[in-house]
Ligand binder design. Structure first.
Ligand code: NAP
Length: 259
């Protein structure tokens, strides 16, 4: 299927690894020029080089922290009027409610709620004027299904979802969509890093933790960044203009509800 977005431009935040990288690759395969970001330069340049080598697409890298004003300003200096915006950043740390200070909550809200809002504020006017815009926020299945030790994520991401719910309807007539992709367990550095932390604490090694995680996923496996990216690219396509304000789970059937 031709997604109809060849020649468009996209800003993909936090895209040197994992789910953001999967999205960047998938958009490039559809002929979309990219601006991608991450804090670390090495993996960012390696990803950009790999995308260029495979697709021949123009990829601009912006090294910086997207959760800061300076990081976001640098992104929009590189691409002032993107057609497509994928918001993403690292998730908040795990822990117990009683351990977190208010400052931890402020950081989570800043990174996973206010940062996407700031990015959308910057991108939206040109999208509306052009009558084409696709905004995707990478959030988490924690929005649908609270995760015990990830209360910072549960809260900040649900806040983002609520904050954008009516905006998505307001801009729909301009052919601008705002949707959320809710990853369940995907095979990325973040997930493996979490297992390594748990393994260091004793109890089970990484292989055992992976086996336990997979046992709880009806699909019988972790998701891949590539399939996440392909799904995201479809939501950025001309064919997805009638889908907005939605929170879509990609979780191999893990969420146990009917709806
Ligand atoms: P990942 O494999 O660790 O990759 C994270 C990417 O984001 C890296 O490129 C990282 O590069 C970049 N990044 C992180 N913080 C950044 C910041 N402040 N500014 C700019 N770039 C930043 O993580 P992932 O698994 O793809 O997760 C992506 C998001 O999905 C996270 O918010 C995560 O909580 C959420 N999520 C993931 C899963 C899953 O199963 N993978 C499940 C639920 C939710 P640098 O470190 O160099 O900046």
């Amino acid at each position: 299927m031709d997604l109809g977005i060849k020649g468009r431009t996209a800003v993909v935040c936090a895209a040197s690894k994992g789910l953001g990288r999967g999205c960047a690759f998938a958009l490039a395969r559809e002929g979309v020029s990219l601006v991608i970001s991450a804090r670390g330069g090495e993996a960012l340049e390696a990803t950009a080089a790999a995308i260029r080598a495979e697709t021949g697409i123009s990829v601009t890298t912006v090294q910086g922290d997207v959760t800061t004003e300076a990081g976001r300003t640098a992104l929009f200096a590189a691409c002032p009027e993107p057609d497509i915006l994928i918001t993403n950043a690292g998730g908040p740390p795990q822990g117990e409610f009683s351990q977190f200070e208010l400052e931890d909550w402020r950081r989570a809200v800043e990174a996973n709620m206010l940062t996407p809002i700031a990015l959308i504020r910057a991108a939206l006017p040109a999208m509306q004027a052009r009558r084409f815009g696709r905004i995707l926020n990478i959030t988490s299945y924690s929005v649908k299904m609270p995760i015990g030790r990830l209360e910072l994520s549960n809260g900040a991401r649900a806040g983002l979802t609520g904050a954008l719910a009516s905006l998505a309807r307001r801009v729909a007539a301009h052919n601008v969509t705002i949707n959320h992709l809710l990853p369940g367990p995907f095979d990325t550095d973040r997930v493996r890093g979490n297992w390594e932390v748990v393994a260091k604490g004793g109890g089970a090694d990484v292989a055992e933790l992976e086996r336990r995680a997979v046992a709880g996923i009806p699909a019988g496996r972790l998701g891949t960044a590539e399939e996440f990216g392909a799904f995201a690219a479809f939501l950025c396509s001309v064919h997805a203009g009638f889908t907005t304000g939605q929170s879509i789970l990609l979780d191999g059937g893990s969420y146990p509800g009917t709806l």
